[in-house]
Design a protein around this ligand. Structure first.
Ligand SMILES: [Zn+2]
Length: 494
């Protein structure tokens, strides 16, 4: 073997094959080939072809070796190649500049710039992810809309958007909920989904919903009921929420309690609690169609409006139990939110949080972190930091469960400060590393149309992927994402 090939083999056989090393190898080969050309010793093409074949074989053996040794990729996380080939570099030019113009009409005021954790007040935090889901969309309201600077609080460990919309700006984003989430294109409405969309209901819409709802919740299939003649979503919601009734009914023993549900979907939980405890119930729904249906179907008061910015209850008196659906991740001012909930509970009363997404969703399952952190997700957490967040705000955790990376947590109102331990250095460094990897992977998972935004970071992301195992080179040196097998199904890109 010639000297150059021995050096190539050394580089490829080194423990971590990085882009830097591949670049160095490329330079070496180029220099050598230049010399050969000058000296005219061998036909250039023949030599190059042989070199390429050998480099390819070495790369392949290296990949195989890594897979069998399992040194860089945990064996429980079996990975398969994602079929799209990854470029080594991307251009900073948008592929279709017309399609990237800003959306019109989003007020610039207000973007809050936080100098302290909005959950525990700690002033020490580390940025862990700059962007939200808007960065994956060709068009966004303005550059600030994507730039949330998610940061890890060193004390409670909650990850919070250090820049977040409030006031008129937040209200505008909420009015354009479906667009802001990337569920529809700009200015267009989402078809179907009459029950759970964000749009106002007109008289015809109300009449239609009333007619469908009049068939009841549990419409039996035994005499050929069609999904078109009734609101099948009512029963589906009852069944999908039944686990919360199991938890609450088993852990608490209440008699005719006053119960409030914040961000009630279709009133299912409250209807269930009326049945098991004869509860007196109140709902704060998010959308007009939900408000209409909760009143129409169950007769539950639901006039109070849901304000994510300055949360208020909107009903008189205190409650024995408050259900809080997907609010900690959304609320603009979590301390204010938790203080309001605390004040609305009777002493010793309980609060039940559910649908609170755990960060493991994107840290452990190869989902795009950008996609998961949409423009309304301004807090993220693991189990430990969720507990600390509650402790810091005067709640003691009674029970915590999870399903599909989503938390359910029952807590009790404490009557004084709750003692809690700040996040350990070890947890902090583990999570920082995990967030870094997740961010690099999210860059490589971006749709091709928006990759140009990361032209300056792309190469580094690929290099990081090669080092940690979520990128691999095939026998011809082509790069591919290596995703945990389960995640391949969830990432629709390809
Ligand atoms: Zn904090």
């Amino acid at each position: 073997m010639s000297n150059i090939l021995q050096r190539a083999a050394r580089v490829l056989g080194a423990p971590f094959l990085t882009l830097r090393r591949l670049d160095r190898l490329g330079d070496m080969l180029e220099k050598r080939l230049d010399q050969l050309e000058k000296r005219g010793l061998q036909p250039l093409a023949e030599r190059q072809a042989r070199l390429e074949t050998q480099v390819g074989q070495l790369t392949q053996s290296l990949t195989a070796l890594r897979q069998t040794s399992g040194a860089r990729v945990a064996s429980k996380d079996e990975r398969s190649a994602f079929r799209r080939e990854l470029p080594v570099e991307v251009s900073a030019q948008p592929p279709a500049p017309d399609a990237t113009e800003p959306l019109q009409g989003c007020p610039t005021q207000t973007v809050l710039k936080l100098g302290a954790c909005p959950v525990c007040g700690c002033q020490t935090f580390t940025p862990v992810c700059r962007f939200n889901k808007m960065i994956t969309m060709p068009r966004m309201p303005d550059a600030a809309a994507a730039d949330y600077n998610y940061s890890l609080c060193h004390q409670c460990g909650v990850v919070f958007a250090a820049r977040r919309p409030a006031g008129a700006r937040f209200a505008w984003l909420l009015q354009h909920f479906e667009e802001s989430l990337g569920r529809t294109g700009p200015g267009s409405k989402r078809a179907g989904k009459i029950v759970l969309n964000s749009y106002d209901l007109d008289d015809a819409g109300k009449a239609r919903l009333r007619e469908l709802a009049s068939k009841g919740v549990f419409v039996s299939e035994h005499d050929g009921a069609s999904r078109k003649d009734h609101l099948w979503q009512l029963q589906a919601d009852r069944l999908s929420n039944s686990r919360h009734l199991e938890i609450l009914g088993s852990l608490l023993n209440l008699s005719a309690p006053r119960v409030l549900e914040i961000r009630s979907r279709l009133g299912s939980n409250l209807a269930g609690l009326q049945r098991i405890w004869k509860a007196e119930t109140f709902a704060i729904p998010m959308f007009p169609s939900q408000r209409f249906l909760i009143q129409e179907v169950y007769g539950i008061p639901s006039d109070a409006a849901l304000d994510f910015d300055h949360f208020h209850v909107g009903y008189e008196g205190t409650f024995d139990l408050i259900l809080s659906n997907h609010m900690i991740t959304h609320t603009v001012r979590p301390r204010e939110y938790l203080a309001t909930v605390h004040a609305a509970l009777r002493p010793g009363g309980h609060v039940y949080f559910y649908n609170e997404p755990l960060e493991e969703e994107f840290l452990e399952h190869d989902k795009s972190m950008f996609n998961t952190l949409n423009a309304f997700h301004v807090q993220a957490f693991n189990r430990e930091s969720f507990v600390r967040a509650l402790n810091a705000n005067g709640f003691e955790v009674v029970y915590m469960g999870s399903r599909d990376s989503s938390l359910m947590c029952l807590a009790r109102r404490a009557e004084g400060p709750v003692l809690w331990e700040p996040m350990s250095d070890r947890e902090r460094s583990t999570r920082r590393r995990a967030y870094r990897s997740a961010e690099e992977l999210s860059i490589l998972l971006l749709p091709e149309t928006v990759r140009y935004r990361f032209a300056d970071r792309w190469k580094k992301a690929v290099e990081h992927g090669l080092e940690t195992g979520f990128v691999a080179a095939d026998e011809r040196g082509r790069l591919r994402l290596m995703l945990r097998t389960a995640a391949l199904r969830e990432n629709a890109l390809g």
